[in-house]
Design a protein around this ligand. Structure first.
Ligand SMILES: C[S@@+](CC[C@H](N)C(=O)[O-])C[C@H]1O[C@@H](n2cnc3c(N)ncnc32)[C@H](O)[C@@H]1O
Length: 331
């Protein structure tokens, strides 16, 4: 098992029996931050991507295990909460009976396989909003049927980062499940209430002058061409995104567009601060996901991809708090 860094456990030591969680498809550890903030202890993490593993190790002092498909459930420690922001692979269930075996080959199957054996008290899942209407809702229904078959009550909601004091338009599906025998009334679980957006994009944008982030002349020309066509009044926080020769989008409302993993594919997929003729930095992107100031990330396309794949920390914090509250009153 990975060694745990002493600095990371100071919070748990206050609580003599911290709730234990596993961090599946852990990415750069967004769930881990949220759960640790509630005093929970991470006992296992896994992600297949070696660059992700490096960033995770830099921050949490342990290297996640790799491909979950190759991990025997017996090697996963017992835990109370299973966290997973699983990859949004679509799976076709046409003509199938919508059961556990029908999801074989998908990452949700891997989650179900672990849940079946380990029976954690609670599950905390996250995915893109598109999961809710994929294949006319059948994909989600399959997932929910399986959670029910596995013995869990569930509740889910699509929440947007901009409603939680993070200036990013990022809608994600959040799902919380409790093992039925705990007799937690699922209606007692309350998703967090919307909050006023006090942090503005302006507060996040720094005066970065590093050449690494400067856009090319061609990119600048395209942005200015479309700004003129669309009559955009360029302010200090105006962002341009999806910059192509044939099109360009702008955000002028002080809220960033959704930061997606494709930011890591190069080209012009990182939003541009038009007034500064440069891309958002990795640090700014981390702030737009609510990561703590001291989170460490390298400069480069892999980091943009990792951030685009991550979760919005304030939302995860609040959901984790509610899960822990309900678990602590039921066990
Ligand atoms: C949507 S991201 C989740 C990010 C994470 N929730 C966070 O806060 O950063 C999905 C992650 O699943 C990982 N992944 C994909 N296939 C995997 C597999 N077979 N085993 C383990 N991890 C896998 C990807 O590398 C990616 O980091």
């Amino acid at each position: 098992m990975p060694k745990t860094n002493k600095n990371q456990i100071s919070l748990w030591e206050i609580d003599e029996s911290p709730l234990k969680f596993i961090d599946l498809f852990c990415g750069i550890g967004g769930f881990r931050i949220g759960l640790q903030n509630q005093g929970c202890q991470c006992v296992f993490s896994s992600d297949i991507d070696i660059n992700v593993q490096k960033t995770y190790k830099e921050n949490f002092y342990e290297k996640p295990f790799g491909d979950i498909k190759k991990i025997d459930v017996k090697d996963i420690p017992d835990h109370d909460i299973l966290c997973a922001g699983f990859p949004c692979q679509s799976f076709s269930i046409a003509g199938k009976r919508l059961g556990f075996e029908d999801t074989r080959g998908t990452m949700f199957f891997e989650i179900a396989r672990i849940v079946k054996e380990k029976k954690p008290l609670a599950l905390f899942l996250e995915n893109v909003k598109g999961l809710t209407n994929h294949d006319k809702g059948k994909t989600l229904q399959t997932i929910l049927n399986i959670l029910n078959e596995l013995g869990y009550d569930y509740t889910y909601k699509v929440l947007n980062a901009k409603d939680f004091n993070i200036p990013q338009n990022r809608e994600r599906w959040y799902c919380v499940c409790f093992r039925k025998d705990l007799k937690i009334n699922i209606e007692d679980f309350k998703f967090p209430e919307k909050k006023e957006l006090k942090i503005k994009l302006k507060d996040i944008i720094s005066k970065n002058t590093q050449n690494d982030y400067k856009i090319t002349e061609k990119c600048e020309k395209n942005i200015l061409k479309f700004a003129k066509i669309k009559n955009i009044d360029i302010k200090e926080d105006t962002l341009a995104y999806e910059v192509r020769a044939s099109r360009c989008q702008f955000k002028t409302d002080g809220i960033a567009p959704c930061l997606a993993a494709k930011m890591g594919t190069g080209g012009n997929n990182v939003p541009v601060i038009v007034s500064q003729r440069r891309k958002l930095t990795e640090k700014e992107c981390l702030k737009l996901m609510g990561f703590p100031e001291n989170f460490k990330i390298k400069h480069g396309s892999q980091s943009y991809k990792q951030i685009g794949n991550s979760v919005c920390i304030p939302i995860v914090n609040e959901i984790a708090k509610e899960i822990v509250k309900l678990l602590k009153t039921s066990i």
